[in-house]
Design a protein around this ligand. Sequence first.
Ligand code: 5GP
Length: 115
Amino acid sequence: MPTLFEKIIARQIPGDIVHQDDRVTAFRDIHPRAPVHILVVPNKPIPTANDIADSDEALIGHMFTVARDLAKREGIAESGYRLIINCNGDGGQEVYHLHVHLVGGAPLGPMISRA
Ligand code: 5GP
């Protein structure tokens, strides 16, 4: 079964894609938590951060350089932003296709709320 994000990457279902290359796709989150909320996703389906292979190091680095460039393009590089990867249940992961959240455009408050 393809993941939801694989279907967006393959343009089988709608997605507001802001960047796509041979390794990575970035699209706007359907439920944005901030004025800018973009998901940077590897084109190949890595389920969680636990599943990143040593051979994926360049791909993971590319996800971050794409996020950096998108932050600049969205005009939030200087004001600031947050990059988030959630992993499994306690991390709050909902979609099991690795993704970096790029969020910004307003003060984001503390990194995590108190337990
Ligand atoms: P996670 O909790 O797995 O780190 O984040 C998954 C994110 O995917 C959530 O922020 C959620 O709003 C977003 N999302 C879920 N379904 C869709 C969808 O169909 N399209 C888009 N663009 N984002 C989605």
